[in-house]
Design a protein around this ligand. Structure first.
Ligand SMILES: Cc1cc2nc3c(=O)[nH]c(=O)nc-3n(C[C@H](O)[C@H](O)[C@H](O)COP(=O)(O)OP(=O)(O)OC[C@H]3O[C@@H](n4cnc5c(N)ncnc54)[C@H](O)[C@@H]3O)c2cc1C
Length: 383
């Protein structure tokens, strides 16, 4: 007999897919991509389905979903929403700001901020990367020095998704250099208009051009103790936990995007005729498409394995999220490149979208840690 839980996942996936198809698939993405247009209205609209806070309890504005249910929602949404930058922007906020606030916020922070974050009423960014500390996050140099009534923060962050449009910044700083990354790093949640906190100009990027990214400069920013997220020194634990969620949720997003590109390409292969026969009759093309389908199904298995590890509070949840990230991102990029070739010259034209899908997916090789770093984690956490 089928598990009773199964129709639940399907209902969630279907609901988010329909929502995205109805409201998030109409935009002229060629224009939006070329001009780098962030769709603020749609960003907030996604709050109607609490996409910004799926695991947060309903009383605080979320859906109270497990990680597996959250992934079903994200997979469906990402398949239906043609603006990959927008989906990425929402999920960066959801995974790396809403989830940490939900799990580690003080009563006051949760009461005041959590409903705003979970329902997408405010936009946040999370800032850990620095010019001299990306993969090697433990070498961060942004300092939060103790003062009589809190902290003074000096330093800078780069590659920060959502920074130019954010209302709040989840900022990781060194509070005790003698302790290093574990114990020495703390997380702060600060209004983005705090004195001394400045955002640089929007960066021009290869892909995900509809989500805005910039540097953040921190020049003697005053932070109160009440703006710490969790205790002083808890930043590394909060960050690592948020990365497990982020990698898992982003992989569900990559999966949804890949499913959409696969279905569109399959339709193209059936429609496009060479010598009167559909492209799909060519064995090489049929096999390429079969290989993409194999990768999609394998990726789905690993996304839900990582989500299951979160739900089970499994000790190897970090490792399993890295396994998913390695496989899903590398295969998603390879698959889209393979499908782009199937379009022939048409695949090189912006109007057919596949070149944008490739550029957008390429970013997955970098954000939330490169595949090299995921492999280091996988081996570092193997017995
Ligand atoms: C689209 C996008 C969005 C992003 N959003 C955010 C954000 O919102 N917030 C944020 O804080 N950051 C963000 N980042 C930054 C991202 O997390 C870093 O770019 C990433 O972790 C890599 O760091 P780096 O760029 O400094 O590269 P480096 O660390 O300099 O790496 C360079 C190369 O060396 C390899 N390498 C480095 N160290 C090792 C090692 N120990 N073993 C093996 N190989 C290694 C890497 O794999 C890579 O190939 C974003 C980046 C992108 C592209």
């Amino acid at each position: 007999m089928l598990s009773k839980a199964l129709p639940d996942y399907k209902a969630i996936y279907d609901a988010y897919f329909s929502f995205a198809q109805q409201h998030f698939s109409a935009a002229d993405m060629v224009h939006a991509d070329r001009e780098g247009i962030f769709n603020d209205t749609l960003w907030h609209k996604a709050g109607e389905m609490s996409l910004h806070g799926l695991p947060v309890d309903e009383a605080s504005g979320g859906r109270g979903y497990s990680a597996m249910q959250s992934c079903a929602a994200i997979e469906g949404f990402a398949k239906g929403c043609t603006d990959n930058g927008l989906t990425f922007s929402i999920l960066a906020h959801a995974a790396a700001s809403t989830v940490p606030l939900y799990l580690h916020g003080s009563d006051g922070q949760r009461r005041e901020l959590l409903p705003l974050l979970a329902q997408g009423k405010v936009i946040t960014c999370n800032a850990i990367t620095e010019a001299g500390s990306g993969s090697n996050v433990y070498e961060m140099s942004t300092l939060a020095e103790r003062t009589a009534d809190g902290y003074t923060i000096k330093g800078g962050k780069c590659y920060i998704t959502n920074a130019p449009v954010s209302d709040y910044v989840l900022l990781y700083c060194m509070t005790d250099v003698t302790k290093g990354f574990f114990g020495g790093v703390s997380a702060f949640i600060l209004p983005a208009d705090t004195d001394g906190l400045q955002r640089g100009p929007v960066k021009s990027k290869m892909g995900l051009r509809t989500v805005h990214m910039s540097e953040i400069m921190l020049d003697n920013v005053a932070a109160a103790e009440a703006q710490l997220l969790g205790k002083e020194g808890a930043g590394a634990v909060i960050f690592n936990e948020s990365m497990v969620w982020e990698k898992t949720m982003m992989c569900a997003m990559n999966l949804g995007q890949l499913e959409r590109v696969y279905e569109n390409t399959l339709a193209f292969c059936k429609k496009r005729k060479l010598k009167g026969k559909a492209l799909l009759n060519l064995t090489n093309i049929a096999h390429d498409m079969a290989d993409v389908k194999v990768a999609i199904n394998a990726a789905r298995g690993l996304v839900y394995d990582a989500a299951c590890a979160i739900d089970m509070r499994a000790k190897d949840a970090l490792q399993r999220s890295s396994v998913a990230k390695c496989f899903v991102t590398e295969n998603a990029v390879k698959c889209i490149q393979k499908m782009q070739v199937i379009y022939g010259g048409a695949g090189y034209l912006a109007e057919n979208n596949i070149e944008r899908e490739y550029r957008d997916m390429y970013a997955a090789l970098l954000y939330s840690g490169t595949a090299d770093i995921q492999r280091n984690i996988i081996i570092g956490h193997s017995n």
